[in-house]
Design a protein around this ligand. Sequence first.
Ligand SMILES: Cc1cc2nc3c(=O)[nH]c(=O)nc-3n(C[C@H](O)[C@H](O)[C@H](O)COP(=O)(O)OP(=O)(O)OC[C@H]3O[C@@H](n4cnc5c(N)ncnc54)[C@H](O)[C@@H]3O)c2cc1C
Length: 334
Amino acid sequence: MELWVYAEQRRGKLVSASLELLGLARGIADKARWALSSVLLGHNVEVLCKELIAHGADRVYLVEHPLLELYQCEPYSRILAKLASEAKPEAILFPHTAVGSDLAPRVAAKLRTGLSAHVVNIELDERRLLRQIVPGFGGSIMAVVLCPERRPQMATIMPGVARKPKPDWSRRGEVIRVEEEVSEEELRARTLELVEEPPEEKPLEEADIVVAGGWGLRSREGFRIVEELAEALSAAVGGTRPALDEGWIKPHQMIGHSGKTIRPKLYIAIGISGEMHHTVGILDSGVIVAVNNDPSAPIFEVCDYGVVGDAFEVIPRLTSMLRELRGAQLKQEP
Ligand SMILES: Cc1cc2nc3c(=O)[nH]c(=O)nc-3n(C[C@H](O)[C@H](O)[C@H](O)COP(=O)(O)OP(=O)(O)OC[C@H]3O[C@@H](n4cnc5c(N)ncnc54)[C@H](O)[C@@H]3O)c2cc1C
């Protein structure tokens, strides 16, 4: 029996979320006593098989063709569904990236099985069913989704929910090369080019300290107190869905269920209510500090330190104290 992880590659490089997923899947496969396989489609990507094996795969199904160089939904979903109907894996996991969320439902429909999207955690139960955990009903519950009758069990997992495993380059695995024909006629929609956004200045996932703001900041001008505190702490800036909708932050700065999952040493939430859709992205932070003027805000249930107060009074004072402290430290340094 096998558990599959879809190995997404872009321009011949594995997407980090696929490698994270291998770490998570390794634990499940070991518990279930399944083999862990990766499926890799592309052109001239054989070199990536070693990396997948080093990150936990026992086996890699490799399909190469010049027309598979860029993601194309028609042949990618056809080939993946064909491979799955032949090899009959118990489950297939995809990273919830733009590609994963396009590909997985197409494959699930072809295989006539179920799919959970936006999964924030996944566990194996005693019947070897995957308990797929998804925030539901506006974030008020954590729904457990099971797929007891159809196979494979399928899910797209949010990037960041698992840690990327340390590669073990001494691991040995099997590469199964699968020959598949792809024709121009099959490509009803075609990816002509990938245009990538310039890299973020400080990725939230890598920052030790993250300062985030929410709707309580009221305006772009109000949000500056978040940026100023972040600067004083050399921290990265994040925010909630309303902060994104208002244009105070960029998409890569949104934290939560549809945004990023982060694990900084220190997370400071300012003017953020603490709805579950946001807090699922911060629960693994080292220390959570919240500033909110409503003592009944749910963020106070998940934070380690809470300040009930007006952010426009508390934060500028904190920032100026930090700046003074830093100035004094700099003076002391020889
Ligand atoms: C499918 C789905 C996915 C979602 N995904 C995400 C996601 O990934 N990330 C995300 O963030 N949200 C997400 N949401 C939205 C989420 O449910 C919440 O609506 C959102 O997180 C609330 O953002 P907020 O805390 O900024 O705003 P609010 O809930 O409006 O909270 C604002 C807070 O600011 C406080 N406040 C007001 N004035 C001050 C002041 N002067 N000083 C201090 N505090 C003050 C208020 O007391 C309040 O608690 C999603 C929703 C759905 C349905």
